[in-house]
Design a protein. Structure first.
Length: 645
């Protein structure tokens, strides 16, 4: 099947207001914490440019503050300051160089818990306690509402001056506009409170002022909250009615949808427990009510999932955020016909949850799959394979099955990695990218280390994607492998007859709690292996350094032991039966109802009254053929008819 046939909707161009996007893949707004002294940094420039070069059709930056009272964290871009122009021009020029339009999201965030940091009360529609921090904001007065509007307008003016193709107004999550729109947080009795027509007054005034500042040649989008999943909060019916009002103004070019609030982050940034496409019923209902392009979202980590959402008419564009954090070349690889080369997102939320950051503890955006996130501005010793696309444009050439590597140094070395867990495989990939000859030794009968055990927990089968992606990268590198025996002096001969450079990645041992009853504490590793006698006696349950064993050949072949065997249970990708509807299960009718129970299921997950409905299976990841791929996904062998990713 050709690429056009496989993704017949994903790579169609679309007119969005005054600009045309080359495809329907949107790199949506999300917090990065890359700002320095309130200004855009070189991290921002390289980060967005990498996704533009990787094939995204539209890039939308993280939310930039529009007023000094919005200082909810110290690494926020202060979009109201003229000093941002230098960083703005660097971002827009780098993204435009790849032929991709870029928008800036503008927001005035309401986070009362940050009041001690900014040393001034947080502004809001009403003095309603924050559901998380329980701190109380200040209700804005009329002259302060005028200051909010002026702040948005000034920030929009600076955005256009800095080269952005338009702006997106954040009206969901903890923004001050969402606080006015929601009956749960808007208790006002003036012209800005009460019925939806009054609660939407601030947004309509913002749109009029911002459109006047940016002019008709720039894009103006609005991201709405489709459902707050809170008692007394904004609902899907409110979002549909508001969408009609916004279209009637004639000043809005597109609409986006969001789900949940800061109090319901488990659905606004869903983990692997929730199926792909879980929020499509929101975009579907809004799209049926208006003629504007609508952006859909919902944990899309696979191009086939995104294409299905478009084919089924749920949305006009698809926001793929975490999927492109994990792999900046998500769209380019899919378009070139190599979806199996995509580094799939785990939805583990270990580095991309706002304010959490990666293992370094810096708090900046990070990714368990992609160590280059936030470091795109630093020199890369081995250029990514995206540079090998012919013609310089995604889809204009063939994606290389073997990635490029850096030219070897004066003495390329032989490297022996002890341990085929995630750390060992990543070390092998890094060494191979630098031009060295690498072999990996593993004591177990399969690669993966303790990730294999993590994937055995209910609802955690997608952790196996981490090692699958690393093994796929090893196969593409081509320099990692070998089928010689390991152990003692034989390991030396296996790498060329001279002492190799050794990398120890044998894993660690579980630390048991101290005190009475320690010997009766079951080890989680033995429980996940299915040992019915999972007591704490002895040390057999802990994984130590690898014993001399066979070398793992990540390239496959006869007797290959480099695959990751994920357990076959209902908590895996193919057999997930959690709340909400998947891509195939989020078909809402013209009235916005979800006959497959996606909305009811999510309400049940959020603690609101409702019923949990089994999710429909999502499409299987394209290009994952073979027994190893089926074992990784937790799917049944070929012929049993079990759905996959």
């Amino acid at each position: 099947m050709t690429v056009a046939g496989r993704y017949s909707h994903l790579f169609r161009p679309l007119r969005v207001g005054p600009v045309t996007v080359a495809n329907r893949v949107v790199f949506g707004a999300h917090r990065t914490d890359f700002a320095e002294d309130g200004l855009p940094s070189a991290r921002h420039t390289a980060y967005y440019a990498a996704r533009a070069r990787g094939g995204a059709g539209l890039v939308i930056t993280e939310a930039h503050a529009t007023h000094p009272t919005d200082g909810h964290h110290e690494r926020l871009v202060q979009g109201y300051r003229p000093e941002v122009l230098r960083g703005y021009r660097a971002i827009t020029e780098s993204v435009h160089r790849a032929g991709v339009p870029v928008l800036v999201q503008l927001a005035h965030i309401v986070v009362p818990a940050a009041a001690p940091y900014v040393r001034r009360p947080a502004w809001a529609a009403s003095p309603v306690a924050d559901p998380v921090a329980r701190t109380v904001p200040k209700a804005v007065e009329r002259h302060e509402i005028s200051a909010i509007i002026d702040g948005y307008a000034r920030a929009a003016e600076l955005s256009v001056e800095g080269g952005f193709d338009g702006v997106e107004l954040q009206c969901a999550h903890p923004s001050i506009v969402a606080a006015f729109l929601s009956p749960a947080t808007n208790r006002r009795d003036d012209r800005y409170g009460g019925p939806l027509a009054n609660r939407a007054r601030l947004l309509l005034e913002l749109i009029g002022e911002v459109r006047g500042r940016i002019g008709p040649a720039r894009v103006l989008g609005v991201r709405l909250c489709g459902d707050e999943l809170l008692d007394g909060g904004s609902t899907l019916a409110d979002a549909v009615e508001l969408a009609r009002v916004l279209q009637a103004t004639g000043k809005v070019d597109y609409l986006g949808t969001a789900l949940g609030t800061a109090a319901t982050r488990h659905v606004s940034q869903a983990s692997m427990h929730i199926p792909a496409g879980y929020a499509l019923h929101l975009a579907n209902a809004v799209r049926r009510a208006v003629d504007l392009p609508v952006i859909g979202e919902g944990r899309f980590t696979d191009p086939l999932q995104a294409d299905r959402a478009l084919a089924d008419g749920h949305c006009d564009l698809v926001s793929v955020v975490r999927g492109q954090i994990a792999d900046p070349e998500f769209a380019a690889k899919a378009r070139a016909g190599f979806p199996e080369a995509i580094r799939g997102c785990l939805s583990c939320n270990q580095g991309c949850v706002p304010g959490v950051g990666g293992p370094s503890g810096e708090g900046r955006l990070a990714c368990a799959e992609n160590p280059r996130v936030g470091r795109e501005s630093e020199p890369d010793p081995a250029p990514a394979a995206a540079s090998a696309i012919q013609g310089g444009r995604p889809g204009s050439g063939r994606w290389p099955r073997r990635a490029r590597v850096a030219a070897p140094g004066p003495r390329p070395r032989d490297v022996l990695v002890a341990g085929a867990g995630p750390a060992g495989l990543q070390a092998a990939i890094a060494a191979a990218r630098a031009g060295h000859r690498v072999r990996v030794c593993e004591a177990a009968d399969a690669a993966g280390g303790q990730v294999r055990l993590a994937a055995a927990a209910p609802g955690r089968a997608e952790f196996g994607e981490l090692v699958r992606n690393q093994l796929a990268e090893c196969r593409r590198r081509g320099r990692v492998g070998g089928r010689a025996a390991a152990g003692g002096g034989r390991a030396r001969r296996a790498v060329g007859g001279r002492p190799p450079v050794g990398v120890g990645a044998g894993g660690g041992r579980a630390r048991l709690p101290r005190g009475h009853g320690r010997r009766r504490v079951p080890r989680r590793t033995r429980l996940l292996r299915g040992d019915r006698h999972a007591g704490a006696a002895g040390r057999s349950g802990a994984r130590g350094n690898p014993r001399p064993g066979g070398l793992v050949d990540p390239r496959g072949g006869p007797g290959h032991r480099g695959d990751v065997r994920a357990p076959r249970h209902g908590g895996g990708r193919g057999g997930h039966r959690g709340p909400g509807g998947g891509v195939a299960g989020a078909r809402a009718d013209r009235n916005g109802r979800d006959p497959h129970g996606g909305l009811d299921g999510l309400r049940a997950a959020a603690g609101a009254p409702g019923r949990a409905v089994p999710a429909a299976p999502v499409p299987r990841r394209a290009g994952r053929a073979g027994a190893a791929g089926r074992r990784l996904r937790g799917a049944a062998p070929r012929g049993r008819g079990r759905g996959g990713r």
